[in-house]
Design a protein around this ligand. Structure first.
Ligand SMILES: *[C@@H]1O[C@H](CO)[C@@H](O)[C@H](O)[C@H]1NC(C)=O
Length: 398
């Protein structure tokens, strides 16, 4: 409800009214002789001081507003803090109490806040429309992600976390889908305090610090789960995660014993992104196309066993050998298929549209032709998928 501009405006006015310092009554005697002042004079003096007063009240209410919205929508915090913090400004105790009461009231109406629940949107319509409209060439991922995520979030009492593993070449949309999940499950998207995106080579780059990373990862998972009743953890470059970090994740993905409340929040989604198994997916799609069949006819049942076997057999990464794979802690292996010329064109079209730019069919062709296609004979698949297509459109403005 009061999340739109109107709701916010109303709240702001409410805050202003509540927090205005009580006006000094113009009729109150201010000293000996004040009582003799003619009525018109004190009214005049009061009017003269009005702009000054309003200004002070305005600054005050902005500050209160910043603190209030910080408390209720932690995602907005940094901006709000930066927007209105005059140096040396401190909040009167009375104001703080008002704020507390107001935030509590607001949260009780919204059924939210401490847990961050008011920021959970779980917009399946939005997820469906993003997966169908903005993701190209991935009928299996679209179907699997929507079905598993929706199914999981609608179970009243899930007894485990949901673990999804996305596989495919770079540029095929793994990251894109992970972001769609964040954006449609949380109002603040990736900025949400309930979402953690961890990239192996950025957050855990040096094997010699693995002990430190383990502590950090544990703490991050714990804190996020304490804060939110529904959490989303995304591990990018999962094939590069240290085996000990993967080991650490095991207990979080295991099934909880009935009645065991130890594991904290009822819902966690873990998503692993990797290029493992990309080749096996591509070979299968290639064979399929060479046999003259449509890629949309490939079913998850045909692809998943081979993908799972390939991932488990991969020796150049800890992921396949980890408990997550060996002990079937991954709920779904989601294949991202290699993209063809027509898909790259669609990515280029989306890039033009999202920036509000006009495009021509020739421009789309030219951009799609810039990609390298493999295998050598046939040249069916874009080796980089749709990667960096959006940066290339500027050379082709009509
Ligand atoms: C869900 O997403 C759709 C499509 O993006 C959007 O139109 C709709 O307003 C969203 N609903 C909510 C409740 O946010």
């Amino acid at each position: 409800m009061p999340r739109g501009p109107l709701g916010r405006g109303l709240l702001q006015v409410l805050l202003l009214l509540l927090l205005l310092p009580p006006p000094a009554l113009p009729g109150a005697p201010e000293g000996p002789g004040a009582a003799e002042e003619p009525g018109s004079a004190w009214l005049w003096r009061g009017l003269q001081r009005l702009p000054e007063r309003l200004k002070a009240a305005g600054a005050l209410s902005r500050r209160y507003w910043a603190l209030f919205s910080c408390r209720v929508w932690p995602g907005d915090c940094e901006e709000a803090e930066a927007a209105a913090t005059p140096p040396g400004w401190s909040l009167p105790v009375l104001g703080q109490q008002y704020l507390e009461i107001l935030a509590t009231w607001y949260c009780s109406v919204q059924a939210c806040c401490d847990t961050g629940d008011c920021r959970i949107s779980n917009n399946y319509t939005g997820l469906d429309s993003d997966l169908s409209g903005r993701l190209h060439g991935q009928h299996l991922a679209r179907e699997l992600v929507l079905r598993t995520v929706k199914g999981y979030l609608e179970v009243p009492r899930p007894d485990k976390a949901l673990a999804l593993s996305f596989h495919g070449w770079s540029g095929t949309g793994k990251n894109f889908v992970a972001r769609m999940l964040a954006e449609n499950l949380y109002r603040d998207g990736q900025r949400s305090a309930c979402v953690r995106m961890l990239i192996a080579t950025i957050h855990f780059p040096h094997p010699k610090y693995v002990d430190l990373y383990k502590e950090q990862l544990m703490a991050q998972i714990r804190e996020t789960q304490q804060r939110c009743r529904q959490t989303l953890f995304i591990f990018d470059e999962a094939e590069k995660l240290h085996p000990e970090l993967l080991e650490l994740l095991g207990p979080h993905l295991e099934r909880r014993a009935p009645g065991d409340a130890r594991a904290g929040p009822p819902r966690s989604i873990f998503v692993f992104l990797s290029n493992l198994g990309g080749n096996v997916i591509n070979e299968l799609v290639l064979e399929w196309l060479q046999a003259g069949r449509a890629r949309e006819e490939i079913t998850a049942e045909q692809l998943e066993p081979q993908l799972r076997a390939e991932v488990a057999a991969s020796t150049d990464s800890g992921f396949g050998a980890s408990r997550l794979v060996k002990e079937n802690l991954i709920d779904a292996f989601v294949p991202f298929l290699p993209l063809e010329f027509g898909h790259v064109r669609l990515c280029a079209r989306d890039a033009f549209l999202s920036q509000g730019l006009a495009y021509t069919e020739e421009a789309l062709d030219s951009i799609a032709r810039l990609m390298v296609y493999v295998p050598k004979e046939g040249q069916r698949f874009s080796a980089q998928g749709c990667k960096s297509v959006s940066q290339r459109i500027h050379y082709f403005l009509p």
